[in-house]
Design a protein around this ligand. Structure first.
Ligand SMILES: *Cc1c(COP(=O)(O)O)cnc(C)c1O
Length: 379
């Protein structure tokens, strides 16, 4: 024992000492429009089917679960085949406890010391944390004024940075912007020419909100057959109305899936999760049945916000292919966020200054949001 007290009682990595756990505030208020959940609860039928599936799984809880969860992977492939018309099999699929854990597997396999991950800001703030946690360098290029990515800028940045992981979010969070197909093609072409340990970069398209995309907007799934270095991630947390389930997944070339398996924890998907996810997937048409309503509600909310004025100028509202709307510009966005919260409406203060993000809720929730915003912002 020395007589000098150490500054830290435990050896937390120095670069983590000023860090805080990620997460939007979880506050107990009546109107929750801050984390892009589907506002509709599962029906009694769906609940009882999930409960029965979990009860059946519970009879074998003394055993470890199926480590490769091929039945669930086949179900997920079947869902994507129906949703996007793309030919996928169980071997193309990977899953984990939320697509956030899938992302951690991607960084575990393809990132690491001396390597760089690249994305285009403003975008999902969790990506920087996967990079930090996997000791991967983190770089961001910039989106343009309408939050689109310029294909030439993207290609040049990729050539300069030589990343091993390129992350594109479509629709993007927090802006709602869908990726233009020519941007994805330019990124894939530039990624193919990257050389990291003698390999091209992987391109990850995070399609957490894909089911909400507008008519005619393609999914990156359509390009999977042409690009072995393309990974498309999805989740049951948003359109699928199952955020509490914690089930995210990826579609990719089977050789990519083999790489992700190397870094997963053993038995990471519990028997309970597998059973509940499979039961939920059996009810996919019902669980997704509100997506059309939410898209219509979103489009109406965008129009409504575009019709409001702040100090004589119309509000700026980003086009949205997701179940949320990004709008501004407020000279003091925190005051607007706080004023809404004081009226029981929780939204999200995120991304560039002046902007706020609101999730699309039920018609009654949207109405409460509008009334509160009129009062608070004087729009
Ligand atoms: C919500 C969200 C996810 C989903 O995360 P889960 O871990 O599957 O709940 C992934 N990516 C983005 C951009 C999101 O906004």
């Amino acid at each position: 024992m020395t007589d000098s007290q150490p500054a830290w009682p435990v050896p937390l990595r120095p670069e983590l000492r000023s860090e805080r756990p990620y997460g939007a505030p979880q506050l107990d208020v009546p109107i929750l429009l801050n984390v892009n959940e589907n506002p509709y609860q599962p029906s009694a039928d769906v609940v009882s089917d999930i409960a029965a599936a979990v009860a059946a799984a519970a009879t074998t809880l003394n055993r470890y679960p199926d480590r490769d969860f091929l039945a669930l992977r086949a179900d997920l492939a079947g869902y994507l085949r129906a949703e996007s018309g793309v030919d996928l099999a169980a071997q193309n699929m990977w899953a984990a406890n939320g697509s956030n854990e899938v992302m951690a597997h991607i960084f575990g396999a393809f990132g690491g010391p001396g390597r760089t991950a690249l994305s285009f800001a403003p975008t999902y703030s969790m990506y920087a944390e996967y990079a930090r946690d996997s000791h991967t360098d983190w770089m961001v290029g910039q989106r343009d004024g309408s939050f689109a990515i310029d294909p030439a800028v993207a290609a040049r940045t990729i050539t300069d940075v030589q990343p091993s992981i390129i992350l594109l979010t479509s629709p993007n969070n927090p802006t709602g912007t869908a990726l233009e197909p020519e941007v994805l093609r330019a990124v894939l072409a530039a990624a193919a020419k990257v050389r990291v340990d003698d390999a091209p970069a992987v391109v990850v398209v995070d399609e957490a909100y894909a089911e909400f995309r507008r008519e005619g907007v393609p999914s990156a799934l359509e390009l999977l057959g042409d690009y072995p270095n393309l990974i498309v991630t999805r989740t049951m947390s948003k359109a699928f109305a199952a955020a509490g389930l914690r089930l995210g997944y990826a579609a990719a070339d089977p050789r990519v899936v083999d790489c992700l398996q190397i870094v997963r924890l053993p038995y990471h998907l519990s028997a309970i999760t597998q059973a509940a996810a499979r039961a939920a997937l059996r009810h996919q048409s019902e669980l997704l049945s509100k997506v059309a309503d939410l898209r219509a509600e979103r489009d109406a909310l965008v129009s409504w916000l575009r019709g409001r004025r702040l100090d004589g100028k119309p509000l700026t509202v980003a086009d949205s292919d997701a179940n949320f709307v990004y709008f501004g510009l407020f000279p003091d966005r925190h005051a607007v966020w706080q004023g809404l919260l004081d009226r029981g409406v929780l939204i999200r203060e995120v991304g560039p200054d002046g902007w706020l993000r609101v999730s699309v809720g039920t018609p009654a929730e949207t109405e409460a949001f509008k009334q509160a915003l009129i009062e608070v912002a004087g729009i």
